[in-house]
Each structure stands twice: as structure tokens, then as C-alpha cells.
Design a protein around this ligand. Structure first.
Ligand SMILES: C[S@@+](CC[C@H](N)C(=O)[O-])C[C@H]1O[C@@H](n2cnc3c(N)ncnc32)[C@H](O)[C@@H]1O
Length: 226
């Protein structure tokens, strides 16, 4: 493989992909897709499956959901080797939302030596999720912060108090941290919260406030002032 095109497939609605992503998917001899474990369905792949011709080869790349650096590095190296050693001259790698926002693909990129990598941006999940609230994320001179909730001990809570809107992505799966985040943000003056899960996908939940048992997987929390 000499060239890899990394495309964003948007948040879940197959109509929310760009014309460029669709064109790449229609032409590529091979499509690489991320999975958490071998044999699983790939969330990003399923979104765009209808745009991929049956002649294209589909190849999974495993990104395990663990925090052990040794396990992760071994998986990234293995994924890069799968791509580099593929005999096709070029291929596409699909990512959920936009590759530029928290995409695990970029963990693997340093191991992709000697090939050209092009990125085709996509609609981010936070654009799609916030569109469902019926309000802009930010307007005029308002400010926003986008954070990962995967390492809460690293969140600069006090600094968040200066923003108009704060969005937490990558919330730990079991959702046990959500109530704590909401309480902390309420103390910082954010009186409104939207719980946004599986936007543009089956099982979509758009809730003002928190549902009874909020889950973390494919969810985000949007905090706003007054
Ligand atoms: C690894 S990040 C990838 C983000 C993606 N590249 C983007 O542009 O939004 C995964 C996180 O994105 C958010 N996410 C992705 N798709 C979503 C959707 N359809 N609805 C709600 N949140 C979503 C969740 O917070 C999830 O934990």
C-alpha cells in the first residue's frame, strides 16, 4: 500500500457523509475499518456500508478498549502492519464522525511509515448532537470547550467556568461518572445540561437533563449557561 485516505463517515446517518467520502468509498479497492475486538461489527463501517461496492475488500483493524499502553502499542503496530503490507496500491480507512476529533486512527499513524496519508474531514458528532437541541452550540462572542471525559482527573475544572458551552465526549461506558460531572458543572454555574446519546443512530436519546440510568457509550454531555 502506498496511499491511505482516512475519511470521516459522520455521526451515524448515512446521509451525513460528504461527497468526497462517498467518492473515495466507491473507488477504493480496500476499506479498513476499526473494531474493538476481532469479528465485531465496525460502527463506522456500518454507517457507510451501502456506499461500498461489493468488489471492495473489507479489512478490520482492532483497537482494544484497554488502558494498558503495552497492549495498545502492540495493537497499533499490528494494525499499521496490516495496512502497510496490503497489496492494493491504495485504500480507505473509515472513522466515526470526523477523523480530526479524537479518532483512534491517529494512534496508529506514527507506525505507518513510508506511505502517503490524506485526511477527508467529516461531520463531527458534536455538530450533529447539538443540532438536535435546536440551539447553536455557540453564537456571537460566546466560547466553547470540547473535552474528553476518559481521564477526569486531568480536567481543568476551574478553567471551564470561563466558557459559555462545555461539551464532554468519550464518557466511560458504564456511565457511573456522569452524575458527578453534572454536579461539578452545576457548581461552576452551568444551569443547563443536554444528554446526547447515539445521535443520528438507532436508539437515539436527546434529553434535557439526565435520564434515570445514563450510559456512557456513544454519549456526550453538553453544558450551557442560563
Ligand atoms: C473516539 S471519539 C470519536 C469522535 C468522532 N471522531 C467525532 O468526530 O465526533 C468517540 C466519542 O464520540 C462521541 N460520539 C461519536 N458518535 C456519536 C453519536 N452518534 N452520538 C453521540 N456521541 C457520539 C461519543 O462521545 C464517543 O465517546
Amino acid at each position: 500500500m502506498k496511499r491511505l485516505v482516512v475519511v470521516g463517515v459522520g455521526p451515524g446517518d448515512p446521509q451525513l457523509i460528504t461527497l468526497k467520502t462517498r467518492e473515495m468509498l466507491q473507488k477504493a479497492p480496500v476499506v479498513f475499518f476499526p473494531v474493538k475486538a476481532s469479528g465485531e461489527k465496525g460502527v463506522a463501517l456500518e454507517i457507510v456500508r451501502e456506499h461500498i461496492p461489493s468488489t471492495a475488500e473489507l479489512v478490520e483493524v482492532v483497537f482494544p478498549m484497554v488502558k494498558d499502553e503495552t497492549v495498545l502499542k502492540a495493537a497499533w503496530q499490528k494494525g499499521a502492519k496490516t495496512i502497510l503490507s496490503h497489496p492494493a496500491p491504495w485504500g480507505v480507512f473509515v472513522t466515526l464522525g470526523c477523523p480530526q476529533v479524537y479518532s483512534t486512527f491517529f494512534h496508529l499513524k506514527p507506525y505507518l511509515e513510508g506511505i502517503e496519508v490524506e485526511v477527508v474531514p467529516g461531520v463531527t458528532s458534536f455538530s450533529a448532537c447539538s443540532a438536535k437541541t435546536g440551539e447553536p452550540l455557540v453564537l456571537g462572542d460566546e466560547t466553547m470547550a470540547v473535552l474528553s471525559a476518559s481521564h477526569l482527573e486531568e480536567v481543568p475544572w476551574e478553567a471551564l467556568g470561563g466558557f459559555s458551552a462545555v461539551l464532554f465526549m468519550k464518557i466511560p461506558r458504564d456511565g457511573s461518572e456522569i452524575a458527578g460531572i453534572a454536579e461539578r458543572m452545576r457548581e461552576l454555574g452551568f444551569s443547563r445540561l443536554f444528554y446526547l446519546r447515539r445521535c443520528c443512530m438507532e436508539g437515539e436519546e436527546i434529553v434535557g437533563g439526565l435520564p434515570e440510568n445514563p450510559e456512557g457509550y456513544l454519549a456526550q454531555l453538553l453544558f450551557k449557561r442560563g
